[in-house]
Write a protein that binds this ligand. Structure first.
Ligand code: NAP
Length: 527
């Protein structure tokens, strides 16, 4: 069996010693590859900083954008192979696989387009020069420059393509070299993408390194110009944030962690409307796409009490259809595949048990063992599980569904009285989320939703009858919009068009005489 190795110091490392893990197809449990463990992380971090950093900083934004465009085309050319690999190694249906792989090429293309607007400059002039004192010619102007460190990307298992490439696109455009560490359980796809990109020799030497297997002593070698962009569980995020070296060196850290995303069916929503159908369709998609292993998946569904019975009935019917078509994603007609690992299945089942302290299962059997074209006892399958809480429990901040993210096809129906006050109280109980969605044509309700909900979210989606036909499912993260959220979601921010660059850049106030600033920095300095 092949052993996947790291790409460090400009070369694929030779595998040595015992592998750190064996990767399996989560539908069949067939072994796919072994994973090495890396050494020399002190040298690799220094190499990224000293070789990759200067090489990227010598390029302008437009030139770095050309690298991204070439990466996008190269990955796209291998699309079919990558989709097959995502299906075999991640338990993805073809649709799930596209979501990940096309998401990766999409982010690259979006940031390549953004680069054109930033042009031939090596830095970003953030604003007009400001006068310090009315009578003085001294001005201050904010400039963002690439940090002189290494961007360390630690990714979660659920998006091996989009996670790795989305972070890399923004770092490279900003001018920072990357050391990317995919989650071990699904690193086969990330490793193959890295191989394709390295074979294509698009990036300057040192601009991209890949670390497979455990993180080892990586964090011990990071310094004050480095950045860690982490996506994963809150527990690992806290460990990284609290790492002694990271704290001592004030390494910049961005955390994308757990999230109890909610949808709010507005008080005016009526069965039969296009908006009602959209809300149901989105709820099913957000529970079952990638088998619910999406950080943006819907976990809490707020329904006005008068509509609860109808919503429960329709959702159960739709979810039963997905449940009947859950199985090996290699088989035609299968709508939902397995969870990624045996551990994910065990965690999800345990989590459902904990949710049942405050809610009741209204659809699905967490112990179901027979799935489409799957030999008995094989694979890490879980059918869609819908729970429901009482109106009284929904308002209890300590209830399990407000505290625990079950990373699978699992959500809870929460009745509320149709007021924005109750909806906001319920959403706030999640203590900070990546995204929430409102389905309503009631202008007063949606206006209040912005004021009351948005500060607790990284993204707020507002759907009304007029845009229902063209709306995107809320879990779909576009590179133009902010991705991240306060509180439990990790308090991080990624993507968001040009905002995403700020994670990898240092904003410095340049202060000097008006004409000198104008000469040195150009636009706006002498105003
Ligand atoms: P995880 O177990 O926390 O692992 C995430 C990454 O951290 C993996 O690459 C893992 O490597 C690495 N890691 C483990 N221990 C580490 C340590 N001590 N120091 C540094 N890195 C370490 O999370 P996961 O199970 O892969 O992902 C599921 C979670 O991610 C869910 O909670 C989900 O909500 C969250 N998530 C959040 C977002 C978001 O954008 N907010 C997106 C996707 C997923 P190994 O795999 O080698 O252990």
């Amino acid at each position: 069996m092949r052993t996947l190795t790291s790409y460090l110091l400009g070369a694929w490392q030779t595998a040595a010693g015992e592998p750190s893990a064996t990767l399996v197809n989560p539908a069949t449990e067939e072994a796919l590859a072994a994973v090495d463990r890396a050494r020399d992380l002190a040298k690799a971090t220094a190499y990224g900083r000293e070789v990759g950093g200067p090489a990227l900083r010598r390029l302008t934004f437009r030139q770095r954008g050309e690298l991204l465009a070439a990466m996008s085309k190269t990955i796209f050319a291998a699309r079919e192979e990558l989709l097959d690999l995502a299906m075999a190694s991640g338990g993805c249906t073809r649709g799930d696989a596209k979501f990940d792989v096309d998401g990766a090429t999409g982010v690259l293309a979006a940031y390549a387009a953004l680069a054109e607007t930033l042009g031939e400059s090596p830095w970003i002039i953030e604003d007009e020069a400001a006068s310090l004192v009315r009578t003085s010619k001294v001005r201050v102007q904010h400039v963002s420059l690439p940090r002189h460190g290494l961007a360390v990307h630690i990714n979660a298992f659920n998006f091996p393509a989009w996670g790795m490439i989305g972070k890399a696109a923004v770092s490279i455009l900003a001018g920072m070299p990357v050391l990317s560490k995919p989650a071990t359980s699904t690193c086969l796809l990330a490793h193959r993408i890295a191989e394709i990109l390295i074979d294509a020799a698009i990036l300057p030497e040192g601009a991209f390194q890949l670390l497979v297997g455990p993180v080892g002593d990586l964090l011990d070698h990071l310094g004050p110009q480095d950045v860690i962009a982490f996506t994963g569980s809150a527990t690992t995020g806290a460990r990284i944030r609290g790492h002694a070296g990271v704290l001592a060196n004030n390494v910049r850290v961005n955390i994308e962690a757990d999230s109890l995303n909610a949808v709010v069916l507005g008080p005016d929503l009526e069965q039969g409307s296009e908006l009602f159908d959209l809300a149901i369709r989105d709820a099913v998609t957000e529970m079952t796409q990638k088998t619910g292993q999406k950080c943006t998946a819907t976990r809490r569904i707020l329904v006005p009490e008068g509509l609860l019975e109808t919503v429960r009935e329709v959702l159960c019917e739709r979810l039963a259809d997905v449940a009947a078509r859950t199985g090996d994603p290699a088989v035609k007609g299968v709508k939902m595949g397995p969870l990624a690992t045996a551990q994910q299945l065990a965690d999800a089942r345990e989590g459902i048990g904990r949710l049942q302290a405050d809610a009741t299962i209204v659809r699905g059997d967490p112990e179901r063992a027979d799935f489409v074209e799957v030999p008995a006892g094989k694979g890490f399958f879980l059918e869609p599980i819908l729970l429901e809480a009482s109106a009284e429990a929904a308002l209890r901040p300590g209830a399990a569904f407000h505290q625990l993210e079950v990373f699978g096809p699992v959500a809870t129906l929460l009745p509320y009285d149709g007021s924005i006050d109750q909806a906001a109280a319920i959403i706030r109980a999640g203590e900070g989320s990546l995204v929430s969605t409102v389905y309503s044509d009631d202008r007063a309700f949606t206006t209040a939703a912005i004021a009351e909900l948005a500060p607790h979210l990284g993204r707020l989606v507002i759907n009304d009858e007029k845009n229902a036909a063209g709306a995107f499912s809320p879990g779909c993260v576009f590179p133009q919009g902010n991705h991240g959220g306060p509180g439990r979601a990790g308090c991080g921010a990624e993507l968001g068009g040009s905002h995403g660059l700020s994670l990898y850049m240092q904003r410095t106030a340049i202060q000097g005489g008006a004409s000198q600033l104008a000469r040195l920095l150009g636009r706006g300095a002498a105003s």
